[in-house]
Design a protein around this ligand. Structure first.
Ligand SMILES: [Ca+2]
Ligand SMILES: [Ca+2]
Ligand SMILES: [Ca+2]
Ligand SMILES: [Ca+2]
Length: 509
């Protein structure tokens, strides 16, 4: 019985080892690489190659005595643009723990002729991608960390998604004694040996962007707004996560925020597919309208289901890292719903059938549903969240001019009606009165609009309050309607916060 338990324990333990996210450290140095950082596509490690962990002398038959291959599979974007925008580190760092770099010259009879020879101290020359970059330093019989800082332009990064680039660190051992003249007239002495446990290289870069459209899921709003171009100009890879179909569940019947969960799950699938190609695990999100609610659910999924994606290669093994969201920028997102959806759901406005058919998810942004959803799936404070809200009535005169509605999804007449509704009505109360259908008695709902205590600013579809949730780190309100809330003014706010502001996209170590 005891043996069986032990066997099970061994099986469980080995299963655990196999599910590790990167190969564990092998080698004698006291500084394991994962005490510095976890291996990934930006912290690349060579630990177990044929030249790792061997204590060897110079081999005169070889140009390089030691060679370490560091592979990068991540496509970071347009490096020149990233550099210009400070979204990639200017430098990268090569590090390696090395054993026994002897600093002192010695007198020793290397050619065994009975006469001492003057031998140089240990000089081990390091090369990166064929170029000499310096010498190892350390002490007799001790491990020492060696680091070399280099310009990012020297790093071989993949130039397209799917490519794997290679970087070579090579070392020539004991070159000071390669051509030393010995007392017998012979040339060269193999005096000093050295050992390298592992080699790492580290750089920092900002994360790709997922654009999350609002209801209808079309990519056209983001494309027409110029937002895509702004991100392209930063040099970052991106994807517009379109959804070209209606939600499977009709939110107006199910009442369970099902469409938000459905589209949140679709964002996760799209993100996984993107990661497979780009080998990134972190994302920045830019959402319009209901996309902000979908984003909440996607963030919840990544934080709670440990989705592992391929994130680098290490000595031939794939490194896995959990998918994660770095930041969210929302634009006119109805986090606490919109009275417009309530009015449509309760048939309190003309033509309410059409939007219910066109957008089967409209009822998930009713005030009660969206508010409960935003509370249930609150955004973690350690992830950055910028909310941008729109106020359509730029001159505050209560009347929407053609300028104010320009770029909105609906015409001036509808914009004004929706603006007035959101401005004036807080919510609907439902009373029931007895009614008859043929001879059946039933309770007929009567919806009573309850006015706002004070007029609510809005973008004609979503109020400023609803688009400025309690759990965002910062809210900025701009003069814009629901269509233009992703245009130039919003893009300017976004850029300020991404490059040096609270979103921290350029906070590279
Ligand atoms: Ca000699
Ligand atoms: Ca040595
Ligand atoms: Ca090693
Ligand atoms: Ca006005």
């Amino acid at each position: 019985m005891f043996k069986i338990i032990v066997l099970f324990a061994v099986l469980l333990f080995s299963a655990y080892i196999e599910s590790a996210e990167y190969p564990s450290h092998v080698g004698k140095s006291p500084f394991s690489f994962d005490t510095i950082n976890t291996p990934s596509n930006t912290f690349v490690v060579s630990d177990k190659g044929q030249d790792n962990d061997v204590y060897i002398l110079r081999d005169d038959a070889k140009t390089f005595d030691l060679q370490f291959s560091l592979k990068i599979d991540r496509y970071v974007g347009d490096v020149a643009k990233l550099k210009e925008n400070k979204l990639i580190s200017d430098k990268f760092i090569i590090s390696m723990p090395v054993f026994d770099v002897d600093n002192e010259s010695v007198l020793q009879d290397c050619d065994y002729d009975g006469e001492l020879d003057h031998l140089a101290a240990e000089i081990d020359e390091v090369y990166f991608n064929g170029e000499p970059i310096g010498f190892l330093s350390g002490s007799n019989e001790l491990w020492s960390e060696n680091t070399f800082e280099m310009d990012i332009s020297k790093l071989n990064l993949p130039t397209s998604p799917g490519e794997v680039s290679e970087n070579l660190v090579q070392i020539r051992i004991d070159i000071g004694n390669e051509n030393v003249e010995l007392s017998s007239g012979a040339i060269g002495c193999q005096k000093w040996a050295v050992e390298v446990d592992y080699v790492t290289l580290e750089y920092q870069v900002a994360d790709p962007v997922l654009f999350l459209p609002g209801m209808g899921g079309s990519d056209s709003a983001f494309k027409n707004s110029g937002y895509i171009q702004v991100v392209e100009d930063l040099g970052l890879p991106y994807l517009i996560v379109e959804h070209d179909h209606y939600p499977e569940k009709n939110a107006c019947i199910n009442n369970d925020a099902g469409s938000i969960k459905e589209f949140g799950g679709e964002i996760l699938n799209a993100a996984k597919e993107f990661s497979e190609m780009y080998k990134n695990n972190n994302f920045n999100l830019i959402a319009h309208s209901k996309g902000g609610l979908d984003a909440r659910y996607f963030v919840y999924l990544t934080n709670n289901s440990n989705v592992l994606v391929e994130n680098g290669v290490m000595d031939g093994s794939v490194i896995l890292k959990p998918m994660n969201v770095n930041s969210l920028v929302s634009h006119g997102s109805p986090f606490y719903g919109t009275i417009l959806a309530d009015a449509i759901k309760f048939d309190q406005i003309k033509y309410s059938i059409a939007p219910k058919i066109l957008f089967a998810d409209i009822c998930d942004i009713t005030i009660d549903m969206a508010t409960k959803f935003s509370e249930d799936y609150s955004f973690p404070s350690e992830q950055k969240f910028l909310s941008i809200s729109g106020n359509i009535d730029a001159d505050d005169n209560g009347t929407l001019s053609s300028d104010e509605v320009s770029g909105n999804q609906v015409n001036q007449h509808f914009s004004q009606r929706m603006f007035d509704l959101i401005k004036g009505v807080s919510h609907y109360e439902v009373n029931y009165e007895k009614a008859y259908f043929q001879s059946f008695e039933y309770d007929k709902p009567i919806y009573v609009p309850i006015p706002n205590s004070s007029p609510k600013q809005n973008d004609s579809m979503v109020s400023v309050d609803s688009a400025s949730p309690m759990d965002s780190n910062k809210n900025v309100s701009i003069y814009a309607n629901h269509g233009t809330v992703i245009q130039d003014k919003a893009q300017e706010v976004f850029l300020n916060e991404a490059l040096g502001g609270m979103l921290g996209w350029s906070n590279l170590k």
